[in-house]
Design a protein around this ligand. Structure first.
Ligand SMILES: [Zn+2]
Length: 691
């Protein structure tokens, strides 16, 4: 247990009463004793089995954060739990994220710990809404603000961490206490926090202690003396510690409630190691690649994609086919806790608040527009859900090794460049209907690597000795390793090493990083050893296109064969080099600049693809539902197409169902390489069940 101490709860109590007096509680009648009875008994809450986010696919959040600057007494005065639940039902949602402690810093339930919206002192909006949602089989997830809390920040400027509140300060005890209070009093199905940033500006006692614990020195007044590396390490630990504390506190109260954070994903400067302390992963802007990455590199109970309705049916379906759970939030009126009813009301509100363009406009829709955008999709998912549940893509035989310590080699520990490379590569394959699998480096020693035809390290660095040993063993047993660019050249702290961590195995020695390699920005594919480029069981690497390389690593061969060389100032050095190790090989590609060359090299090493689609511009995702012992083919586009499925990856014998049932046909036949599926007809949003 890591509960807030009794003492600090008592210390916080007067705040509530002070606030009530200040808000002019005249409008709030003194409640009769019976009204204060909790809506749920402790036994009921304990016994309740949550229908968690990993079981739900259609979430919605009515977002009354930062929609109104006026007094707290004006909030939720017209909020009606029945109307709220009815709106969710109209959206065909199966889960609601209820802002229990929104960013304004007031609770929407009668909290014993912190300030409560006056309208919710005698009328428990959270509890009543949960009850109404339950009647409609809609799960209730509670939201607690973390980094932003307007009221607390106003009262405690000393805990300002540069835009967010400090996670080392007593503020964190309050957030932990809210989270535990909600879990003790309400039968919630999930719990989520928001705003996970820290800047390192705060100098509170908690910050001083953490810094001393980490570096055995006093926290410096500013970061100029200590340097940005210390600052970034410190920020990272503040975030990791907060995520860990919240996890431990919640699991101590009710372990079966699944928890997650906003901003804990590859797009944010947060340590991904903190994902150990959540049950679900979450990424916004419904990024199919982000979903693919997290589902394989940081596996959790499920993965949520946010702002789904912004994307259109096709991308929404792609996200769900790749294993996503759908979610969106739309701004709500502060009195009703729901979006404006009509388009006219919404239009007026948006103009008033200046939310007329881009992102802001996209988040501020009327109820009618929200239903128009989301309900048809959620309706379809409600019917096709059995085909999405527990599904995961049939991965290509390519494993892309990810190591979060790679970012330590970049300024401010930003992983932006690294992510961009991983993303470009993943999206290029996804476009060709292939799902790349990402492995976190910590998985290397504990996983059977023999199923990967090739393991790729695109600029990946910072591996631990036992992870490098796992790669050596993989190669000796017959595996192919492809090291790309400046990979394996930095240690776990991001410091450059004199040579590649696997220099002996790769048969090369590091010389330097050459920028602007060819004056013209083009490298002609010197492929004099064409026969050598043909790898044992793959197709030849043909740099038949002009390769544009701005930056490459120059290295000297010590063993093995240079397959493609590049020239600089009259001297040649390897662009693609191979060295044998046991039954396998280490390949080295000296630059990650050319996506074409990288893909062609991977393809040559990986051999057969799981899925080949004709025409090639149609996208089809093959997934496996292990528990149901079947495959699903998700057709992203309408029209006729053919899908060849390689038997090494999936060997279905028959078509066992289709969605939708009408207006299209499908045929299965056996071929030398496996299975051919031919589909025709004009139905959209199709999927095929194979067994
Ligand atoms: Zn602090």
């Amino acid at each position: 247990m890591t509960p807030i101490s009794k003492l600090s709860i008592r210390a916080a109590l007067p705040m509530l009463f002070v606030f009530l007096a200040a808000a002019g509680a005249t409008a709030v009648e003194t409640p009769a004793e019976g009204d204060r009875k909790p809506l749920f008994t402790p036994e009921e809450v304990r016994a309740y089995v949550p229908k968690g986010p990993s079981q739900r696919y259609r979430y919605f959040c009515s977002d009354y954060n930062q929609v109104y600057d006026g007094p707290a007494a004006h909030f939720l005065t017209k909020a009606d739990p029945v109307e709220y639940a009815e709106f969710l039902a109209k959206l065909r949602a199966d889960a609601a994220l209820i802002l229990a402690v929104p960013t304004e810093g007031y609770c929407v339930y009668p909290s014993e710990i912190g300030p409560v919206y006056p309208s919710c002192v005698n009328r428990d909006f959270l509890g009543l809404t949960i009850r109404e949602l339950r009647k409609r089989d809609i799960a209730a997830f509670a939201y607690v603000t973390l980094g932003w809390n307007t009221r607390y920040a106003r009262e405690h400027p000393e805990f300002d961490d540069g835009g967010t509140l400090c996670f080392c300060s007593p503020y964190m005890d309050l957030i932990i206490a809210y989270s535990q209070e909600i879990l003790r009093k309400y039968p919630v199905d999930g719990l989520r926090w928001d705003i996970l940033w820290q800047s390192g500006r705060c100098r509170c006692d908690g910050c001083k202690k953490l810094y001393r614990d980490m570096f055995a020195e006093e926290l410096p007044k500013d970061w100029n003396a200590a340097g940005w590396k210390r600052r970034e390490r410190f920020k990272e630990e503040k975030v990791a510690q907060a995520v860990r504390r919240l996890h431990d506190a919640c699991k101590a109260v009710k372990p079966s409630v699944e928890i997650w954070h906003n901003q804990l994903n590859i797009d944010n400067d947060v340590p991904l190691s903190a994902m150990t302390y959540v049950d679900m992963a979450y990424i916004e802007w419904a990024d199919p690649w982000g979903l693919l990455f997290h589902n394989s590199a940081t596996p959790k109970n499920g993965f949520i994609v946010g702002k789904l309705e912004n994307l259109g049916f096709r991308t929404m379906r792609l996200c769900l086919a790749l294993g996503g759970h759908g979610y969106t939030y739309i701004k709500a009126r502060h009195e009703t806790a729901l979006p404006p009813v009509s388009e006219e009301e919404a239009d007026q509100w948006r103009r008033q608040r200046g939310w007329t363009d881009g992102l802001a406009r996209g988040n501020a829709r009327s109820r009618a527009e929200t239903i128009d955008r989301l309900a048809p999709f959620y309706e379809m998912v409600s019917k096709a859900q059995p085909y999405y549940e527990d599904g995961r893509p049939v991965y290509h035989g390519v494993g892309v090794v990810f190591c979060d310590a790679t970012r330590y080699k970049y300024p401010n520990f930003s992983r932006a460049r690294y992510t961009s490379l991983l993303k470009t590569l993943g999206n290029a394959y996804l476009k060709q209907s292939l799902a790349l699998e990402y492995l976190s480096s910590y998985m290397l020693p504990e996983r059977d690597l023999s199923r990967y035809r090739v393991l790729v390290l695109p600029e990946t660095s910072g591996l631990k000795p036992k992870e490098l040993d796992a790669l050596r063993a993989y190669m000796r047993a017959g595996g192919k390793l492809l090291v790309v660019g400046d990979a394996l050249r930095h240690d776990e702290q991001g410091e450059p090493m004199p040579d590649f961590a696997l220099a002996d195995e790769m048969g090369i020695r590091f010389s330097e990083i050459a920028v602007d390699f060819n004056a013209g920005g083009r490298l002609s594919g010197r492929n004099e050893n064409a026969a050598e480029i043909r790898v044992a069981d793959g197709s030849p690497v043909r740099p038949s296109f002009a390769i544009s390389i701005k930056q490459a690593v120059t290295a000297k061969p010590t063993a093995g064969t240079t397959l493609i060389e590049m020239r600089r100032g009259g001297k040649s050095c390897p662009l693609l080099h191979v060295n044998a190790l046991g039954k396998g090989q280490a390949y080295y590609l000296a630059s990650s600049d050319s996506l074409g060359l990288l893909q062609e090299t991977i393809d040559a090493l990986a051999g057969a693809r799981p899925v080949t689609v004709a025409p090639a511009d149609k996208q089809v995702i093959l997934t496996r539902q292990e528990k149901r012992n079947r495959w699903i083919l998700h057709f992203m586009d309408a029209g006729n197409c053919t899908v060849e499925i390689n038997r090494d990856f999936a060997a279905p014998a028959k078509i066992a169902g289709q969605y939708p049932a009408q207006r299209w046909t499908a045929k299965l036949e056996k071929t030398d390489a496996g299975t051919r599926i031919t589909v025709g007809g004009d139905a959209g949003n199709r999927l095929l069940v194979l067994q």
